[in-house]
Design a protein around this ligand. Sequence first.
Ligand SMILES: Nc1ncnc2c1ncn2[C@@H]1O[C@H](COP(=O)(O)OP(=O)(O)OP(=O)(O)O)[C@@H](O)[C@H]1O
Length: 373
Amino acid sequence: MMDITLPLFGDSVGTTDTSGLSVDGLVSTLNAATPWQLNLPARGVFGLTGPSGGGKSTLLSALAGQRHCHGNISFAGTVWQRGRRALATYKRALSLGFQDSRLFTGQSVSDNLSLAQRYSRRPLPREERDELLRAFGITPLLHQPVELLSGGEAQRVALLRQLFHNAPLQLFDEPLSAVGRTQVIRYLLPTLRDFWARHPALVIWTSHDFGEIQLLAQRCLWMNCADLSEPLSLAEVARFLDGDGMGETCYSRIEAGVESLRDGLLTLDLGGVPIYADRVTGHYRKGDSAAFLLEAGDISLSVEKPGLSSILNCLPVTLIGKSNLADGRIRLQLTAAEQVFYADISRLSCERLQLREGRSYFAQFKAGNLAGL
Ligand SMILES: Nc1ncnc2c1ncn2[C@@H]1O[C@H](COP(=O)(O)OP(=O)(O)OP(=O)(O)O)[C@@H](O)[C@H]1O
């Protein structure tokens, strides 16, 4: 995974004036009927999701030059593919990470990471590498042969290897699918967000876990039956996922302004209402915008303002929609501060509270239920 950018085939066809990623009429064995078109800026995190077998991995390997295809690809002003002529993978300024980690066997964790750093054109300072090793829980594993790592450990090392390489285009193919969800949402995703804020790159993050994408990306590509969408809003993709039956656990993504962070307790401002999150590990400054996930099952609703409670968060909301879930519960669509989110409650609660669309209620949730901060 060397990070060398060269004009392709000499100066005659080598450069374009596009600074980001430009894909035009790209065809692999999978998508003759729907050539891929894609234009992304040089910086930003984009999700990529869609049904299994839709072609996501094929697209990533085509971008990396690891899959036979024809069409045009350029990145940062350099042509990577024109027609059937393609620049070798190692000459593209990218890294590609796989679900099955693909670490270099016969070497230790430390050897794998050192190699990525040696071939990086944007190497990280020592202190930052040490901090990432700690955040990813890799420090105690540094001298282990990679063959002895568990699936989740190997994925964390592989992801770290990509961060150490720090390429301008970073492609990820379900890189955290074997890592426990709590570790991913509470520690790894906030660390990644901090990392790309410090080291901007174009990142394409493929996952079946839409929660991961909601926490990392502002926009998302949808791939179904080899048909690639343009970058869509997260709300648009959430609608596809609902239609596809993939969204079993319903998370809402909410953004709020940072007020303060003291002793792991983060105070946020959501439309003038203070919201609290505890056990927060990311770096936040007053005035930042912070995004978090709230699971629909973690919200309770009251008709009247609740009294003093150990549940720190109490948000005035308006009910804008109700739908029946297959398991008998009711999914409520709520709005506050011009943001929409969901709460799942029992049918009995819905009847007892006599919930009506257009009316105002109080949504309560614990400080520990705000995930991803
Ligand atoms: N090397 C290959 N040879 C032949 N067919 C392949 C090969 N790799 C993938 N395919 C097929 O291409 C289609 C798209 O596969 P791909 O792995 O790109 O989908 P995906 O969206 O990444 O799926 P998933 O979400 O399950 O990882 C599938 O029907 C798959 O069986």
